[in-house]
Design a protein around this ligand. Structure first.
Ligand SMILES: [Zn+2]
Length: 229
């Protein structure tokens, strides 16, 4: 259909482009919904992505991940050119972001100062934990990479709530732990999920009971030996 009054200047190709643009915007909306509306949801998404083992990510997964990264970058609220131009990263870039995120959270959980690759020559770290405030502080050092754009608002606000789940795993050796990286709702929370919370609670209960039974048996043995005297 021609919608111009000055003759048909809207070509089918233009309409197709328009539709493609619409569907791209719509698709990004789907990925935005997948990440979640709140900044803390974005951090949870980033933590999950960082923990996905490379070997388990299929080509179809990478397609989703590329779009999720684009949606997350967009939600991070940066209109600057360098980020705009690589909004939808190719698979190679997405893989680099995946690896950089894993590296970043690994350092953060060790409580280490964070120095991204590109800042290696700079003496100051980009993030430093402030023991006084109990929070991570960001230091600006020029050129930002996508990981920095994704996290620069999130780490100073929620960085101190990122933890490693301390629950025993569903299956595994004694002394092992779930080990999932997660964002705690409250600072004292140490388990990643209600499942882990319950498993850890049940284990603590069993151990307490075992200890109690042992004490009871010991008491009985002592009273038997004293009455036999
Ligand atoms: Zn857990």
């Amino acid at each position: 259909m021609c919608i111009s009054s000055k003759g048909c200047i809207i070509t089918p190709a233009m309409l197709r482009r328009g539709r493609n643009l619409d569907s791209a915007v719509q698709a990004l909306g789907v990925y935005r919904a997948r990440i979640g509306p709140r900044p803390v949801d974005r951090l949870t998404w980033a933590l999950r992505l960082a923990q996905r083992p490379l070997s388990a990510i299929t080509p179809a997964d990478w397609e989703n991940i590329r779009h999720e990264i684009a949606a997350a970058l967009e939600a991070s609220g940066h209109g600057d050119e360098s980020v705009q131009s690589d909004r939808l990263p190719d698979v190679e870039k997405a893989q680099k972001i995946h690896a950089d995120l894993a590296n970043f959270f690994g350092q953060l959980l060790l409580g280490e100062e964070i120095r991204p690759d590109s800042f290696r020559s700079v003496r100051s770290p980009t993030y430093r934990f402030n023991r006084g405030s109990g929070k991570w502080e960001r230091w600006d050092h020029g050129k930002r990479d996508p990981v920095d754009v994704l996290l620069e608002q999130l780490i100073p606000t929620y960085g101190h709530l990122i933890k490693v789940c301390a629950a025993p795993p569903a299956r595994g050796e004694a002394g092992e732990r779930c080990g999932t990286w997660f964002v705690a709702w409250r600072p004292p929370q140490i388990f990643c999920s209600p499942k882990c919370h319950n498993r850890a609670g049940a284990k603590a209960f069993r151990e307490k009971k075992k200890e109690k039974d042992k004490r009871k048996r010991r008491r009985r043995a002592t009273s038997r030996s004293s009455s036999a005297r």
